[in-house]
Design a protein around this ligand. Structure first.
Ligand SMILES: Cc1cc2nc3c(=O)[nH]c(=O)nc-3n(C[C@H](O)[C@H](O)[C@H](O)COP(=O)(O)O)c2cc1C
Length: 344
């Protein structure tokens, strides 16, 4: 199915508002593959978004779900981090959240998947069990698992994944690693090589891609499609926060990977909060995510999680269909130009 897409362009699932039914449908209607993001939403909201997306497109699209954490959490480290953030809470006049755990409504979201027969389902933050993957496939969905290393790729394929989303360290927002510690920070091109050598399933490449030539590069490296996130954030159909978009448009700071906002490594624009707390944040997701909830919503760009991939400065507010067309045309021209420069 992935190799039959009219354009080999996937709009990354973006939890936190980015992925709207309007964005997903615009991408799928343009020949790419749009992705809804179930993360942080209730199962009922996901059901509503699926219904709305189906009103807007008859083309295939995807739904992404967070796999519950399997690593334990050091409660004392979370308490120590909460103590450290007390001054931030006072600064913004907001409370710190209750650092509870949670599985993002895993069982209820699986029920939605089973009843909705979504064409493509992708998982991140872990690999579901063989049984869950078999059940999702049994309901007619193609199953992708996000991986960041060859070992994760082997585990996902052994569990029955139809394909993999290969996420390089250049990617915006959370690393999709199965465990919260011992993160592999390999870049996308070397990772594609390592994963291709380890398994034989279709690969979707993601992380730091920003233009047609980048799409061409990952197709040449063996991927069946390129997945882009940050580039779709400023599209008018996206639901990204305007303060986030303004920071991306300013384009004047580097990105870094941090646990400061959520307790899981994620790439965002360097701001005051990231600089002040990255060194102290524990590996505790979703506890830290809960703790910082109101701080992140206080309306100050210096305390927001401004997720961004390494090429974020190239993001522009193009309609999503236009962006898909531009990426596809650019990829074809880049491949043709390379063949001309170095004829067979
Ligand atoms: C704002 C934002 C939210 C994201 N949310 C999710 C998500 O819910 N699920 C997921 O699998 N990936 C998520 N990602 C990561 C993307 O799937 C993808 O790996 C990443 O966007 C690729 O890097 P790029 O942003 O440089 O294109 C998110 C990325 C961004 C920028």
């Amino acid at each position: 199915m992935l190799d039959e897409l009219p354009e080999p362009i996937v709009q990354a699932p973006m939890a936190g508002g980015g992925s709207t039914p309007e964005l997903v449908a615009a991408v799928s209607n343009a020949g790419g593959l749009g992705f809804l993001a179930a993360g942080y939403l209730t199962a009922d909201t996901v059901r509503d978004q699926l219904a709305r997306t189906r009103e807007l497109t008859a083309e295939p699209f995807g739904l992404n779900v967070f796999v519950p954490e399997r690593s334990g959490v050091d409660a004392a480290a979370v308490a120590e981090y909460a103590e450290r953030l007390r001054a931030e809470a006072e600064r913004y006049g907001v409370p710190l959240g209750d650092p509870v755990g949670g599985d993002d409504d895993w069982d209820a979201k699986l029920d939605v998947l089973y009843e909705a027969n979504v064409p493509v389902v992708s998982f991140t933050f872990g690999c579901p069990s063989r049984e869950v993957i078999a059940e999702v496939k049994g309901h007619g969905s193609l199953v992708l698992v996000t991986v960041t290393s060859a070992d994760e790729a082997r585990e996902a394929v052994a569990a029955g994944a139809d394909g993999l989303c290969v996420q390089g360290q250049e990617a915006g927002a959370h690393r999709g690693t199965f465990a919260n510690e011992g993160i592999d920070h390999t870049g996308l091109i070397p990772l594609l090589r390592k994963v291709s050598a380890a398994v034989d399933v279709p690969l979707v490449a993601t992380g730091g891609l920003s233009g047609g030539a980048d799409v061409a590069a990952v197709l040449a490296a063996g991927a069946v499609a390129a997945q882009l996130g940050t580039m779709f954030l400023p599209c008018p159909e996206s639901g990204a926060n305007p303060l986030h978009l303004a920071a991306l448009a300013a384009g004047d700071v580097p990105t870094a990977v941090t646990r400061a906002f959520t307790g899981r490594p994620a790439r965002g624009l360097v701001n005051r909060f990231l600089t002040a707390h990255s060194g102290a944040a524990p590996a505790a997701y979703p506890q830290v995510h809960q703790l910082t909830r109101d701080l992140r919503r206080a309306g100050d760009q210096e305390a927001m999680s401004l997720w961004a991939g390494q090429s974020y400065e190239f993001a522009r507010p193009l309609p999503a269909a236009e962006l898909v067309r531009e990426l596809a045309t650019g990829a074809r021209s880049a491949l043709a130009a390379a063949a001309r420069r170095w004829p067979a």
